[in-house]
Design a binder for this molecule. Structure first.
Ligand SMILES: Nc1ncnc2c1ncn2[C@@H]1O[C@H](COP(=O)(O)OP(=O)(O)OP(=O)(O)O)[C@@H](O)[C@H]1O
Length: 252
Protein backbone atom coordinates (compact mmCIF):
# COMPACT_ATOMS: atom_id res chain seq x y z
CA UNK A 1 0.00 0.00 0.00
CA UNK A 2 1.27 3.48 -0.80
CA UNK A 3 0.77 5.12 2.57
CA UNK A 4 1.38 8.57 1.13
CA UNK A 5 -1.96 8.32 -0.63
CA UNK A 6 -3.88 6.66 2.16
CA UNK A 7 -6.48 8.14 4.44
CA UNK A 8 -5.46 8.67 8.07
CA UNK A 9 -4.24 5.43 9.62
CA UNK A 10 -7.22 3.12 9.47
CA UNK A 11 -9.59 6.11 9.42
CA UNK A 12 -12.92 4.58 10.64
CA UNK A 13 -11.80 2.69 13.73
CA UNK A 14 -8.75 4.89 14.27
CA UNK A 15 -11.09 7.84 14.94
CA UNK A 16 -11.42 6.29 18.39
CA UNK A 17 -7.68 5.89 18.78
CA UNK A 18 -5.43 8.89 19.16
CA UNK A 19 -2.29 8.97 17.01
CA UNK A 20 -0.40 10.06 20.12
CA UNK A 21 -1.56 9.43 23.66
CA UNK A 22 0.77 10.52 26.42
CA UNK A 23 -0.20 9.99 30.04
CA UNK A 24 1.59 11.41 33.10
CA UNK A 25 4.94 11.53 31.39
CA UNK A 26 7.93 12.27 33.60
CA UNK A 27 11.54 12.72 32.58
CA UNK A 28 14.62 13.97 34.43
CA UNK A 29 18.17 14.63 33.38
CA UNK A 30 20.00 14.30 36.70
CA UNK A 31 18.43 16.91 38.93
CA UNK A 32 16.75 18.75 36.01
CA UNK A 33 13.07 17.96 35.62
CA UNK A 34 12.36 18.12 31.88
CA UNK A 35 8.85 16.63 31.90
CA UNK A 36 6.59 16.74 34.92
CA UNK A 37 3.32 14.84 34.47
CA UNK A 38 2.61 15.61 30.80
CA UNK A 39 -0.62 14.22 29.37
CA UNK A 40 -2.04 14.93 25.93
CA UNK A 41 -3.73 13.39 22.90
CA UNK A 42 -3.09 14.13 19.25
CA UNK A 43 -5.91 13.08 16.95
CA UNK A 44 -5.56 11.62 13.45
CA UNK A 45 -4.94 14.13 10.69
CA UNK A 46 -4.33 17.21 12.81
CA UNK A 47 -1.43 19.61 12.82
CA UNK A 48 -0.67 19.89 16.51
CA UNK A 49 1.62 22.66 17.71
CA UNK A 50 3.85 22.54 20.79
CA UNK A 51 5.09 25.89 22.06
CA UNK A 52 6.71 27.26 25.21
CA UNK A 53 9.83 28.99 26.40
CA UNK A 54 13.36 27.60 26.01
CA UNK A 55 13.84 24.60 28.25
CA UNK A 56 10.10 24.01 28.70
CA UNK A 57 10.49 20.35 27.65
CA UNK A 58 9.25 20.40 24.05
CA UNK A 59 12.15 18.52 22.46
CA UNK A 60 12.24 15.98 25.30
CA UNK A 61 8.53 15.33 24.74
CA UNK A 62 9.08 14.83 21.01
CA UNK A 63 12.01 12.51 21.67
CA UNK A 64 9.90 10.38 24.03
CA UNK A 65 7.08 10.22 21.45
CA UNK A 66 9.60 9.21 18.76
CA UNK A 67 10.94 6.42 20.98
CA UNK A 68 14.37 8.06 21.11
CA UNK A 69 14.22 8.51 24.88
CA UNK A 70 12.62 6.28 27.45
CA UNK A 71 10.67 8.36 29.95
CA UNK A 72 11.20 7.82 33.67
CA UNK A 73 7.46 7.74 34.30
CA UNK A 74 4.19 7.58 32.45
CA UNK A 75 2.93 5.97 29.27
CA UNK A 76 3.44 6.89 25.61
CA UNK A 77 1.34 5.31 22.88
CA UNK A 78 1.86 6.12 19.22
CA UNK A 79 -0.66 4.58 16.82
CA UNK A 80 -1.58 2.36 19.76
CA UNK A 81 1.97 1.07 20.27
CA UNK A 82 4.84 1.77 22.66
CA UNK A 83 7.44 3.62 20.55
CA UNK A 84 10.30 2.41 22.77
CA UNK A 85 9.38 -1.25 22.58
CA UNK A 86 7.38 -1.45 19.36
CA UNK A 87 10.45 -1.78 17.12
CA UNK A 88 10.10 -1.28 13.38
CA UNK A 89 6.33 -1.79 13.56
CA UNK A 90 6.00 1.68 15.03
CA UNK A 91 9.30 3.42 14.19
CA UNK A 92 8.69 2.98 10.43
CA UNK A 93 5.43 4.86 10.80
CA UNK A 94 7.02 7.92 12.45
CA UNK A 95 9.13 10.55 10.67
CA UNK A 96 11.31 12.71 12.93
CA UNK A 97 13.17 15.92 12.20
CA UNK A 98 15.09 17.07 15.24
CA UNK A 99 16.79 20.37 15.92
CA UNK A 100 20.48 20.41 15.12
CA UNK A 101 20.69 16.89 13.69
CA UNK A 102 23.85 16.31 11.68
CA UNK A 103 25.03 14.00 8.94
CA UNK A 104 28.60 13.20 7.93
CA UNK A 105 29.98 16.21 6.02
CA UNK A 106 30.97 14.12 2.99
CA UNK A 107 27.56 12.44 2.58
CA UNK A 108 25.92 13.89 -0.53
CA UNK A 109 22.29 15.00 -0.58
CA UNK A 110 21.19 12.35 -3.10
CA UNK A 111 23.13 9.62 -1.31
CA UNK A 112 21.57 10.54 2.04
CA UNK A 113 18.05 10.34 0.62
CA UNK A 114 18.77 7.04 -1.15
CA UNK A 115 20.34 5.62 2.01
CA UNK A 116 17.40 6.61 4.21
CA UNK A 117 14.92 5.31 1.62
CA UNK A 118 16.66 1.92 1.78
CA UNK A 119 15.71 1.61 5.47
CA UNK A 120 12.00 1.37 4.64
CA UNK A 121 9.82 -1.26 2.99
CA UNK A 122 7.67 1.34 1.24
CA UNK A 123 9.67 4.53 0.90
CA UNK A 124 8.53 7.69 -0.84
CA UNK A 125 10.17 8.50 -4.16
CA UNK A 126 13.25 10.32 -2.89
CA UNK A 127 13.64 12.19 -6.21
CA UNK A 128 10.22 13.76 -5.65
CA UNK A 129 11.30 14.84 -2.16
CA UNK A 130 14.51 16.27 -3.63
CA UNK A 131 12.39 18.40 -5.94
CA UNK A 132 9.73 19.32 -3.36
CA UNK A 133 12.32 20.56 -0.91
CA UNK A 134 14.24 22.55 -3.54
CA UNK A 135 17.38 20.41 -3.39
CA UNK A 136 17.65 19.06 -6.93
CA UNK A 137 20.57 21.36 -7.77
CA UNK A 138 22.32 20.22 -4.58
CA UNK A 139 21.95 16.50 -5.22
CA UNK A 140 25.72 15.99 -5.53
CA UNK A 141 26.72 18.36 -2.71
CA UNK A 142 28.06 17.01 0.59
CA UNK A 143 26.16 17.83 3.80
CA UNK A 144 29.09 19.91 5.09
CA UNK A 145 28.87 22.24 2.10
CA UNK A 146 25.16 23.02 2.41
CA UNK A 147 23.89 26.27 3.88
CA UNK A 148 22.00 26.12 7.20
CA UNK A 149 18.64 26.31 5.43
CA UNK A 150 19.59 23.66 2.88
CA UNK A 151 20.68 21.32 5.69
CA UNK A 152 17.35 21.95 7.38
CA UNK A 153 15.42 21.15 4.20
CA UNK A 154 17.41 17.93 3.71
CA UNK A 155 16.70 16.85 7.29
CA UNK A 156 12.98 17.44 6.76
CA UNK A 157 13.05 15.47 3.48
CA UNK A 158 14.82 12.62 5.30
CA UNK A 159 12.11 12.62 7.96
CA UNK A 160 9.51 12.14 5.25
CA UNK A 161 11.24 9.55 3.09
CA UNK A 162 9.57 6.66 4.92
CA UNK A 163 6.06 7.95 4.11
CA UNK A 164 5.29 8.40 7.81
CA UNK A 165 1.78 8.46 9.22
CA UNK A 166 3.06 10.76 11.97
CA UNK A 167 5.65 13.51 11.33
CA UNK A 168 7.40 15.08 14.33
CA UNK A 169 8.96 18.37 13.22
CA UNK A 170 11.09 20.29 15.74
CA UNK A 171 11.58 23.92 14.69
CA UNK A 172 10.94 23.05 11.08
CA UNK A 173 11.32 26.55 9.68
CA UNK A 174 14.20 27.83 11.81
CA UNK A 175 16.98 29.06 9.57
CA UNK A 176 14.88 29.03 6.41
CA UNK A 177 14.54 32.09 4.20
CA UNK A 178 11.12 33.64 3.66
CA UNK A 179 10.39 31.71 0.48
CA UNK A 180 11.53 28.40 1.99
CA UNK A 181 9.38 29.04 5.08
CA UNK A 182 6.31 29.63 2.91
CA UNK A 183 6.91 26.51 0.84
CA UNK A 184 7.56 24.53 4.03
CA UNK A 185 4.17 25.63 5.33
CA UNK A 186 2.54 24.55 2.05
CA UNK A 187 4.26 21.18 2.27
CA UNK A 188 3.18 20.70 5.89
CA UNK A 189 -0.41 21.47 4.85
CA UNK A 190 -0.17 19.06 1.94
CA UNK A 191 1.09 16.36 4.32
CA UNK A 192 -1.95 16.93 6.51
CA UNK A 193 -4.20 16.85 3.43
CA UNK A 194 -2.78 13.41 2.62
CA UNK A 195 -3.75 12.20 6.08
CA UNK A 196 -0.40 12.56 7.84
CA UNK A 197 -0.64 13.72 11.44
CA UNK A 198 1.92 16.44 12.18
CA UNK A 199 3.40 17.62 15.47
CA UNK A 200 5.10 20.96 15.06
CA UNK A 201 7.40 22.33 17.76
CA UNK A 202 7.90 26.01 17.12
CA UNK A 203 8.69 29.42 18.56
CA UNK A 204 6.90 31.19 15.69
CA UNK A 205 3.34 32.14 16.50
CA UNK A 206 2.65 33.10 12.87
CA UNK A 207 3.40 29.48 12.02
CA UNK A 208 1.02 28.28 14.72
CA UNK A 209 -1.75 30.59 13.52
CA UNK A 210 -1.35 29.58 9.90
CA UNK A 211 -0.86 25.86 10.37
CA UNK A 212 -1.97 24.41 13.67
CA UNK A 213 -5.41 22.99 14.37
CA UNK A 214 -4.57 22.86 18.08
CA UNK A 215 -1.59 23.85 20.15
CA UNK A 216 -0.18 22.79 23.53
CA UNK A 217 1.57 25.43 25.62
CA UNK A 218 4.35 24.03 27.81
CA UNK A 219 5.95 25.63 30.79
CA UNK A 220 8.66 24.13 33.01
CA UNK A 221 7.95 20.55 31.98
CA UNK A 222 4.17 20.78 32.18
CA UNK A 223 1.40 21.33 29.64
CA UNK A 224 -0.44 24.41 30.85
CA UNK A 225 -3.11 24.38 28.15
CA UNK A 226 -4.25 22.76 24.91
CA UNK A 227 -6.63 24.62 22.60
CA UNK A 228 -7.15 26.04 19.15
CA UNK A 229 -4.84 29.05 18.72
CA UNK A 230 -7.68 31.60 18.65
CA UNK A 231 -9.10 30.11 21.87
CA UNK A 232 -5.89 30.94 23.73
CA UNK A 233 -6.15 34.54 22.63
CA UNK A 234 -9.79 34.72 23.74
CA UNK A 235 -9.16 32.89 27.04
CA UNK A 236 -6.30 35.09 28.16
CA UNK A 237 -7.81 38.34 26.96
CA UNK A 238 -4.60 38.96 25.02
CA UNK A 239 -4.58 40.82 21.74
CA UNK A 240 -2.18 38.44 19.95
CA UNK A 241 -1.18 34.80 20.20
CA UNK A 242 2.38 35.84 21.15
CA UNK A 243 0.99 37.70 24.13
CA UNK A 244 -1.34 34.83 25.07
CA UNK A 245 1.50 32.29 24.96
CA UNK A 246 3.79 34.58 26.95
CA UNK A 247 1.10 34.91 29.60
CA UNK A 248 0.52 31.15 29.78
CA UNK A 249 3.91 29.71 29.02
CA UNK A 250 6.45 32.39 29.78
CA UNK A 251 8.66 31.95 32.80
CA UNK A 252 7.90 35.43 33.99
N1 LIG B 1 20.70 15.78 27.25
C1 LIG B 1 20.40 16.57 28.28
N2 LIG B 1 21.09 16.51 29.42
C2 LIG B 1 20.77 17.29 30.49
N3 LIG B 1 19.74 18.16 30.49
C3 LIG B 1 19.02 18.26 29.37
C4 LIG B 1 19.30 17.47 28.21
N4 LIG B 1 18.39 17.78 27.25
C5 LIG B 1 17.59 18.72 27.78
N5 LIG B 1 17.96 19.00 29.06
C6 LIG B 1 17.30 19.95 29.97
O1 LIG B 1 15.93 19.56 30.03
C7 LIG B 1 15.07 20.71 29.99
C8 LIG B 1 14.13 20.60 28.81
O2 LIG B 1 14.90 20.69 27.62
P1 LIG B 1 14.24 20.59 26.18
O3 LIG B 1 15.36 20.57 25.19
O4 LIG B 1 13.29 19.47 26.16
O5 LIG B 1 13.44 21.97 26.11
P2 LIG B 1 12.81 22.74 24.86
O6 LIG B 1 11.46 23.20 25.29
O7 LIG B 1 12.87 21.88 23.65
O8 LIG B 1 13.79 23.98 24.71
P3 LIG B 1 14.19 24.91 23.44
O9 LIG B 1 13.00 25.76 23.13
O10 LIG B 1 15.32 25.71 23.99
O11 LIG B 1 14.61 24.00 22.33
C9 LIG B 1 16.00 21.92 29.97
O12 LIG B 1 16.15 22.37 31.29
C10 LIG B 1 17.31 21.37 29.45
O13 LIG B 1 18.39 22.10 29.94
Amino acid sequence: MDRSMSVPPGAGDARLMAVIEVTDLGMRYGSTVALDGVSLRVEPGEIFGVVGSNGAGKTTLVECVAGLRTPDAGVVRVLGLDPCRGGRAVKERIGVQLQESRLPDALRVGEALQLYASFYDQPADWRVLLDQWGLTAKRGTGFGNLSGGQKQRLLIALALVGNPELALLDEVSTGLDLQARRSTWDLVRSMRDRGVTVVLVTHHMDEVERLCDRVAVMRAGRVVGVAEPHEFVARTGASTLDEAVLTLGGDR
